[in-house]
Design a binder for this molecule. Structure first.
Ligand SMILES: Nc1ncnc2c1ncn2[C@@H]1O[C@H](COP(=O)(O)OP(=O)(O)O)[C@@H](O)[C@H]1O
Ligand SMILES: [Mg+2]
Length: 370
């Protein structure tokens, strides 16, 4: 019979295979307190990830422990979900100055337009929110704002007089708070601005919007690596960036430029997402690599970045965007939604990793003595 130890317990939790519990994040560090009193285990767990439906996750964890340790009569489990990243750390003065209530800021970028950057940004935001995180989204693509359409939002944001300034309230849908120039100007009038005005608008989306407390604030950046993008990534206090690309060479060439741009301003790359990776014909089930294959993961490897995943082409992804209901919300059982959830899990993991590297925290490895 196995002895009841902290690492034994963690290992039994790690055997759980369920989409709403990403076991990669669970380490000995997750155990806040551990007490075994005559077969009754009191366990206090703090998971560094947003956990969806704590009740369900709790019962999964209890079940796994009771199954493995027959000696145990009961598990009294306290489960807390605590996304890493600090509010007002004073370690990152640039961020604290403008976004004091925001833990992590993540840019979604691409070298080229039309590769699905906004689609990825929206689905990622909704996926994180579905997992219980507090999420905001800034549509920083001021020349081609598409997020309001993708979230089905048309109202004008409310404005109120705060202590020293006028503040805007973000709109909210599917658990995601949004601010976009598309909510402020008429949908058919072009935004004709020079670079400084564009970055000025994005700055205002940070300073003049009442975001409250957020675990993640995601920026959908304009496509490309020109002046505006460079200015933006220098002014936005970023935790890190995700690069979205399609598998073919013309897109990869531009994605590489995005890597270089972030390198130049010392913004870490949290991962690469390959979009439009393949197409499965619904009638035959045959797989077609329409834009080639493997480009995204090869690029990630070349730059020593994490490959977050590849999203297939599916008309339902486009339809979800057009009708304002992202696929992770609309068809949660679909392969696409699953992949988006995995990408969001991978991202959480990369953000955690960066945050613990930054704070000098050393992860206790499993298998060590309790
Ligand atoms: N995986 C996909 N399958 C099908 N259509 C997609 C997919 N990803 C994006 N699209 C569609 O392609 C178009 C461009 O995507 P978008 O996210 O607006 O790109 P970007 O922001 O990079 O310009 C949109 O109509 C979107 O719905
Ligand atoms: Mg876009």
């Amino acid at each position: 019979m196995s002895e009841i130890t902290k690492s034994g317990i963690i290992n039994s939790i790690k055997k759980i295979n369920h989409p709403s519990l990403d076991v990669n994040h669970i380490t000995l560090n997750s155990v806040r307190s551990f007490e075994n009193e005559n077969g009754k285990l009191k366990l206090d767990l703090s998971l560094p990830v947003p956990v969806d439906s704590a009740v369900q996750v709790s019962s999964l964890i209890k079940g796994a422990i009771l199954k493995e340790f027959m000696d145990l009569k009961d598990v009294d489990l306290k489960l807390e979900s605590k996304v890493s990243g600090e509010i007002s750390t004073h370690k990152d003065p640039k961020k604290d100055a403008v976004l004091p209530g925001v833990k992590n800021t993540i840019a979604v970028a691409s070298g080229k337009g039309g590769v699905g950057k906004s689609t990825v940004a929206v689905n990622l935001a909704v996926a994180l929110a579905k997992d219980g995180a507090k999420v905001g989204l800034i549509d920083a693509d001021v020349y081609g704002p598409s997020i309001p359409l993708m979230l089905g939002l048309t109202e004008k944001p409310k404005v109120y007089q705060a202590e020293n300034s006028v503040k805007m309230l973000p709109l909210e849908k599917f658990g995601v708070k949004l601010m976009s120039i598309g909510l402020l100007v008429d949908e058919n009038s072009p935004v004709i601005w020079r670079g400084p005005m564009a970055s000025g608008a994005v700055k205002q989306f940070m300073s003049d919007v009442d975001w409250g407390e957020l675990d993640y604030l995601i920026f959908d950046l304009p496509p490309g690596t020109g002046d505006i993008q460079l200015t933006l990534v220098q002014t936005i206090p970023l935790t890190g960036a995700i690069v979205v690309t399609t598998p073919q060479e013309v897109s990869l060439i531009d994605a590489r430029k995005a890597f270089k741009m972030f390198e130049r301003v010392n913004v870490p790359i949290l991962g690469v997402v390959e979009n439009m990776s393949y197409f499965i014909a619904p009638d035959t089930g045959k797989k077609y690599d329409i834009f080639g294959t493997g480009g995204g993961s090869k690029m990630a490897e070349a730059y020593n970045a994490f490959f977050l995943g590849g999203i297939p082409i599916d008309p339902r992804v486009r339809e979800g965007g057009d009708k304002g209901v992202p696929i992770v919300y609309d068809i949660p059982d679909s392969e696409q939604a699953n992949i988006m959830m995995q990408i969001s899990n991978g991202l959480t993991e990369q953000v955690n990793k960066r945050n613990s590297e930054k704070s000098g925290e050393i992860e206790i490895l499993l298998g060590e003595d309790d």
